[in-house]
Unconditional design. Structure first.
Length: 506
């Protein structure tokens, strides 16, 4: 065989190998080329899943201040009253902590207990490193972090913590086999806690901290792409039905996900419907489900016949291939009939963070937008907007790369006006708001330590701060407790332990 022929065969073999590798990655990672299962667009297993209300419930939530990861159905991150006392003395802020591995979302239930879900590493290190460095990290570094996350032996969990003693009980959520991306809990009116993690729905007895039932949830795409199926949180209708959303973590712009209604008693899937959904979590008002996906803001009417898309309401807020990245979760402002959200929830954005508003009253209303901050520098934020939806219709947001916090006033016509902007605060936690007390609870990473900070809602003035044990920015939440206290979860991604910290005024 001639040298030229050998060289030709060698080059051909390399090309075929690389092309085969490319095809395998396209199939396994993004679900392209190879078709998925022939699943029905809509499956109804219970004819009155929405209209039936056996227990005459007025709310599906347990009667507590913070029953879901964003406080309420409209995802406000706020309470009308509660939190730290008004006009507290700065010197009297105190913090107590307990160590726990990578906590992410927090919830209240009875007076002296809080619950936490955590132990899910996917993307946590990537977000933490970007915030710490104040810039996007390289694609190769993101790939390395993702590989570490995929092959880690981390197990997600639910923790029950006594808010006075900080003693804890941990329940592992170890049935699921899909990507270990953070899920969520809901404190249900029926007395149980429902958890979703790695495409498994759990029914948990909060007193015994035992799993009562569990159910596998539908996977996305084909057998090779099922691994990337993600269910990241759940909501509950007033009649108690659970609402869930499943999506493909890497390619939700092209692959259909699922919207589900689930019976809380049996965990039977009452309604399963294909839908274009993304990582943005669900907001609900009057049985309308508001979502944003990779390109559009939309809403569905939740009915016995399925999730009915309001075509007139659907509006495009970005193009799939533009320089921004997809939006984070929407927040509803019922007093002025607005839905509000921000873009750039994923790394790689080349645009500044923008806010968007759309009327929930007029189906054909346009999406309005404005910069969330005065800077033109690009940024992204894992977390979504929060706001005072009770009194002032103010949206609070932060820019973790450019070290900014702002408040924007939303008007009845959807216009967005910068109320105040505060520089040199490296926030990373999802903030919380006490409307009556006029307080914003946020964090500030400085000189290798994270700090809990209280700001004045109306002018951004710093009212107090206290240093935490955390040595990294967090990808965890701040939430308001039942006893004039506030909690912050320090994920400490990449470290061996994180923290749940309780803030009080002595």
């Amino acid at each position: 065989m001639s040298k030229i022929k050998k060289l030709y065969l060698t080059i051909s073999g390399i090309v075929i190998f690389l092309f085969s590798l490319f095809l395998l990655l396209e199939i396994a990672m993004f679900g392209r080329i190879l078709l998925g299962s022939k699943d029905q667009e809509l499956t109804i297993n219970k004819l009155n899943a929405v209209s039936e209300n056996r227990d005459n419930l007025e709310s599906g939530y347990f009667n507590t201040i913070w029953p879901s990861e964003h406080a309420d159905l409209i995802r406000s991150h706020a309470v009308f009253s509660g939190g730290l006392q008004k006009d507290f003395e700065r010197s009297k802020l105190q913090v107590s902590s307990t160590k726990i591995y990578m906590p992410t979302w927090g919830y209240t239930r009875n007076k002296d207990e809080v619950f936490v879900i955590g132990g899910s590493p996917e993307l946590m290190t990537t977000f933490t490193e970007a915030i710490e460095q104040g810039k996007d990290i390289s694609k190769s570094k993101i790939l390395i972090n993702n590989l570490k996350d995929i092959f880690s032996k981390d197990v997600s969990y639910v923790a029950k913590i006594n808010s006075t003693t900080m003693e804890k009980t941990i329940l592992k959520l170890d049935i699921g086999k899909t990507v270990n991306y953070t899920g969520g809990l809901v404190m249900h009116d029926d007395g149980y806690i429902y958890a979703v993690s790695q495409s498994v729905l759990y029914k948990i007895d909060p007193e015994k901290m035992d799993i009562v039932k569990s159910a596998d949830l539908p996977k996305i795409g084909n057998r090779l792409t099922n691994y990337w199926t993600t269910y990241n949180g759940l909501q509950v209708l007033n009649n108690g039905e659970l609402v869930l959303k499943g999506f493909h973590l890497l390619n939700n712009a092209e692959l259909d996900g699922y919207l589900l209604l689930v019976d809380p008693d049996t965990l039977q899937i009452d309604i399963k419907q294909k839908a274009m959904v993304s990582s943005a979590r669900l907001a609900i008002e009057n049985n309308y489900l508001y979502i944003v996906n990779a390109e559009e803001s939309s809403r569905y009417k939740i009915t016995d016949s399925g999730f009915i898309l309001d075509d007139d309401f659907t509006s495009k807020y970005r193009d799939k291939n533009d320089k921004s990245t997809q939006a984070s979760s929407p927040m509803l402002m019922p007093e002025i009939n607005m839905v509000v959200f921000a873009d750039n929830t994923a790394p790689g954005a080349k645009t500044p963070l923008n806010l968007y508003t759309k009327s929930t009253k007029a189906s054909n209303g346009k999406v309005q937008s404005a910069k969330a901050f005065s800077t033109d520098n690009p940024s992204f934020n894992f977390f979504m907007v929060g706001g005072d939806t009770y009194i002032n219709n103010i949206v609070v947001y932060y820019d973790p790369l450019n070290n900014l916090v702002s408040a924007n006033k939303i008007s009845e016509d959807g216009s967005i006006k910068l109320l105040w902007e505060k520089e040199d605060i490296k926030a990373s936690a999802s903030p919380a708001i006490s409307a009556m007390n006029g307080q914003v609870y946020i964090d500030d990473y400085k000189n290798g330590r994270d700090n809990f900070v209280v700001l004045d809602l109306l002018n951004g003035q710093e009212l107090g701060r206290v240093e935490l044990s955390a040595t990294l920015p967090t990808v965890g939440t701040i939430f308001i407790g039942e006893n004039n206290d506030v909690f912050i979860l320090s994920s400490e991604a990449g470290n061996k332990t994180g923290y749940v910290s309780r803030i009080t005024v002595t």
